[in-house]
Design a protein around this ligand. Sequence first.
Ligand code: SF4
Ligand code: SF3
Length: 547
Amino acid sequence: MFCFQCQETAKGFGCTLKGVCGKNATTARTMDLLLFVVRGISVVANQLRQHSLPVEKDVDNFIVDALFCTITNANFDNESIMKRIDKGWEIRDALKHQASAQNIPLPEADELNWKGSHNDYDAKAATVGILREKNEDLRSLKELIIYGLKGMAAYLEHAMRLGHNDESIHRFMQNTIAQITTKSLSADELTVLALKTGEIGVRTMALLDKANTSSYGNPEITRVNIGTGTRPGILISGHDLHDLEELLEQTKDSGVDVYTHGEMLPAHYYPAFKKYTHFAGNYGNAWWKQREEFTSFNGPILFTTNCIVPPLPNATYKERMFTTNSTGYPGCKHITADEKGHKDYTEIIETAKQCAAPTEIEHGEIIGGFAHNQVLQLADKVVEAVKNGAIRKFIVMAGCDGRMRSRDYYTTFAEMLPKDTVILTAGCAKYRYNKLGLGDINGIPRVLDAGQCNDSYSLAVIALKLKEVFGLHDINELPIVYNIAWYEQKAVIVLLALLSLGIKEIHLGPTLPAFLSPDVTKVLVDNFGISGIGTVESDMKKFGLMN
Ligand code: SF4
Ligand code: SF3
């Protein structure tokens, strides 16, 4: 196996024997074969589209799900990946049939022709992975784009589940994958494609923002309980608000409470969920603390998206783990939707009733809900605070959290920030500083949480609005510093999106992506001023934040 798609990749180089995330070599290769299938389907679908022929919705759905399930920590269930591959051949062959019936020529590519039995999968997979591209820079750019597309697929899937779709995004994804598969694109052409991916990433995040806010209202300032009650609970993790809605509906008279974990915390900020009195609060922290926190939660856990940490062999909660959508874990119950898209959570609810109430691990409240609509309502106050010097700078500290010790940097950084600065956050990175009690500036909290990682879109909307209010020509003239933490591929699409909006001088940590070759890194440094992080002290000086 070879995988270097996430921040925790082995030795900052690549996982070759087993993933640091827990993905075994067989599953890593099976995922490589699934991406091979996705490439084949994309080539034919793209060709049909170029000839103005319709492509079935099933094709779009398949590609989105297939990309999503290969995201870090989303799916560890080899069998479910194999099933996707089997289905993929059928889709590919049906598309080929459609093309041949219309005399549409198809390019030459192994992805269009290979097919074998399950026994052949592993050997084939070993030849079609990341290292199939021998040129280090081209490989780096191609993978940068593919990881961006994986993040895009995740956000698009959530929007689609709320009935919001955009054909042009699917078209772009499939066209991009087809180009990568069949054309000999130069490094310059791939760089352009990477930026275009960011541009479509903005469109995808805007679509999801519209899907979420039109379904559940605009996030608003909210205090979220982080303690526990006395009734048994169900813990819901991940990003999918539609799943949460169905779970809240089905649990409302069950005597069971619902708590959020990790990236589901911002669900509390949406007005539509406030009517559920059993929507009890947020339990715990970011994804990587789940082994301890799932143990003490005592009740069942539903994963709607990544990030899953493989439970230890003696974990007491494995029987209480449920997956849905693109996620999967061997031995855990997977909940699928019926033809109408509805899910039945009876088994989770019945499991919860047999469990003890969660053990309280902390007490109090955290505040959030500062997505674009809410912040723009406070715009006068914010602009005034900037003008009179009460707020000197905003620090965008969005992104992901992770288990590396070096991420303590972000907590220390937040603690050391001068009192006239405000952190703008989104994604699970927030758990590094959202419980520090950093206070407020004239009533504006010093940590403004916009929501999930996809709500980084909100931060961009806020920055664009501030640029307008201050009458600036360039978004980079704003008093904003970008100190972003990344972990998996959704952060890649967020990064590409920010670059496509013209944002420069982004600091990325705790380490730069291993998939960026030295030459590609140089392009990013020269054109966008991207850099890694140093020590807290040196970065404070660099950002002009020393008192
Ligand atoms: Fe390694 Fe990350 Fe790939 Fe897992 S997802 S195998 S940790 S690079
Ligand atoms: Fe990512 Fe697991 Fe946190 Fe949505 S999902 S941010 S790491």
